[in-house]
Design a protein around this ligand. Structure first.
Ligand code: FAD
Ligand code: NAD
Length: 482
């Protein structure tokens, strides 16, 4: 373990507003690759762990236990050199003009001080995004989201609560049908993967453990657009929709939810003739997965910077991920607006790029400092020979400086898109195989599993996930409601 000492005053204070090795994809990736001997890093996040989101849908049914996809920030920091601090707190406001980050401890246990400020020289915002609700009434009050560990735990509990309540003595037939109707809103990858996992749970375990529910348990996926998974090719969209049909998941496309109550959704359905109709769909469990919205701390920062006026979906950044209208604020991941989709893959590459950029900047500072010293030495050189020696060294350092300064802008390299669709099948659009390779099916599923296993944060995570898969194969998922 690295001894925690007071921050070195000669260094800059780098505050990563979330994960440095921080806690989300962008920040963790930055922290991992950053040479922390050159910066005083302060990680601020209410979540003291990194979450491997691609396997979060599997945690909703207990296929994977949530702790298997979490990596404690303390474990990450422990392996860094220099001083890296972590505060379990939310960044509530970035004071752009005074270079301050206001932080607040919103956890259950609070000390005498739970609000304070952290000054910064350079700031990296990596707070991600929140769940989009589009202001639709009732969404926040009645549905479950699927972004954090707590969401997956809540869903797992509610599935079993719906099942057990449906089996309550003398329950009416309509109520049993409603309670066992699992509705997922949003046909993006989050909604599709969750629907697939839920149907697997029913087919592989619930049906066997609780056969009384087998005629009424039903999953419906609701999507406003004409098809699900719009980022995948037409062939894979068709493959997903036909697999869902086989799995008996109902896909309701061209159905836009407009209102949510505690037991039903109201949706505007576009009929084949183009006419529109309002339909009420009762549900027992409602999972809302309609994409990202800007966090309030990011919106507030945008409002302080005139150059961000026209930006709507997050912080507009330049090709070096510098927030437009600032010189010392960078943004990574879902809170930054680039030409790429808000994915873990993009956030991960952005974090790694910033680490390279900052490491280079630190090296440049070192060389410039040395150049100053050499110039002074040249001025007081005693003879021609000494002067020439210093001159050669200066030339060498200047060459080094030019090389170091040649870091190009951020370029994203797309490795492909993968999504699990249930029934041990996955879809993949992979660009690194000659041309564009689109595939779906069991082989793709095995590829999906091995790819995600290899991408897990640590060997510990990899082992835990593999054990969970084996455990479930042998014993089935645990249906206790806890
Ligand atoms: P996040 O990873 O969301 O991290 C944000 C961090 O900021 C968190 O630690 C949070 O606690 C912290 N935070 C929030 N507010 C504050 C605040 N005010 N102050 C300080 N800290 C704060 N992408 C893929 O490429 N492939 C996939 O297979 C995939 N699967 C996904 C599955 C699910 C269920 C979900 C929800 C997303 C998935 N994604 C996937 C998308 C991917 O997870 C995101 O694009 C990625 O997490 C973005 O990284 P980020 O660092 O910007 O934000
Ligand atoms: P998304 O934005 O990809 O999809 C949301 C869907 O909800 C859209 O298709 C939209 O038309 C629909 N929708 C919006 N409002 C609606 C309404 N009122 N009624 C019905 N449908 C409505 O969101 P996501 O799936 O949460 O994904 C967020 C990001 O994370 C994306 O960039 C995605 O690529 C990424 N992600 C990737 C993976 C993966 O690669 N396997 C998995 C999960 C998430």
């Amino acid at each position: 373990p690295v001894e925690q000492v007071e921050p070195d005053p000669d260094k800059k204070t780098l505050v990563i507003l979330v994960p440095l090795p921080g806690t989300g994809w962008g920040a963790i990736s930055l922290l991992k690759k950053l040479d922390t001997e050159n910066y005083n890093v302060v990680v601020i996040s209410p979540r003291n762990f990194f979450l491997f989101t691609p396997l979060l849908p599997s945690c909703t049914t207990g296929l994977i236990e949530h702790r298997s996809v979490m990596e404690p920030i303390r474990n990450i920091i422990r392996q860094k050199k220099g001083v890296v601090k972590y505060y379990e707190a939310e960044a509530t406001k970035v004071d752009f003009e005074n270079r301050l980050v206001h932080i607040s401890d919103d956890s259950e246990i609070k000390g005498e001080v739970s609000n304070t400020v952290v000054p910064f020289d350079m700031l990296v915002v990596g707070v991600g995004a929140e769940n989009a609700t589009f202001g639709i009434p009732g969404v926040k009050e009645h549905s479950c989201f699927l972004k954090e560990v707590g969401d997956a735990q809540q869903i797992r509990k509610r599935i079993m609560d719906c099942v057990e309540t449906a089996l309550f003595k003398d329950q009416t037939e309509d109520e049993v049908k409603r309670l066992l109707h699992m509705v997922v809103v949003g046909g993006g990858p989050t909604g599709v993967e969750f629907a697939g996992e839920l149907q697997d749970f029913f087919e592989e375990d619930l049906k066997k453990w609780i056969p009384e529910i087998k005629d009424n348990f039903h999953v419906t996926l609701v999507e406003a657009l004409p098809n699900v998974l719009p980022m995948f090719s037409k062939q894979l969209i068709d493959y997903t929709e036909s697999t869902f049909k086989e799995e008996k998941i109902t896909v309701r496309t061209k159905t836009m939810v407009k209102k949510v109550t505690d037991n039903s959704i109201e949706a505007e359905v576009t009929k084949p003739d183009g006419s529109k109709e309002i339909e009420t769909i009762p549900y027992g469990l409602l999972v809302w997965a309609t994409g990202n919205a800007v966090r309030s701390v990011v919106r507030d920062l945008m409002n302080q910077i005139p150059a961000q006026k026209s930006s709507r979906r997050g912080l507009a950044v330049n090709e070096y991920l510098v927030v437009n209208g600032t010189e010392n604020i960078w943004a990574v991941g879902d809170c930054a607006i680039t030409n790429y989709a808000p994915t873990a893959q993009v956030a991960n590459q952005e974090g790694a790029f910033l680490a390279r950029l900052f490491n280079t900047m630190a090296k440049t500072d070192d060389i410039e400092r040395e150049l100053k010293k050499l110039s002074a030495a040249q001025a007081v050189a005693k003879n021609e020979e000494e002067r020439n020696k210093v001159f050669d060294e200066i030339k060498e350092r200047q060459k080094q400086l030019r090389r170091t300064k040649q870091i190009g802008p951020f370029q994203y390299s797309h490795q492909g898109s993968l999504a699990y669709i249930g029934k041990e099948r996955a879809v993949a659009d992979i660009s690194w195989v000659s041309g564009n390779f689109a595939s779906g099916g069991t082989m793709t599923y095995l590829f999906w599993r091995s790819a995600y296993l290899s991408m897990c944060f640590s060997t510990r995570n990899r082992c835990l996930v593999a054990f969970d898969w084996i455990k479930t194969k042998i014993f089935g998922r645990d249906v206790s409601r806890e």
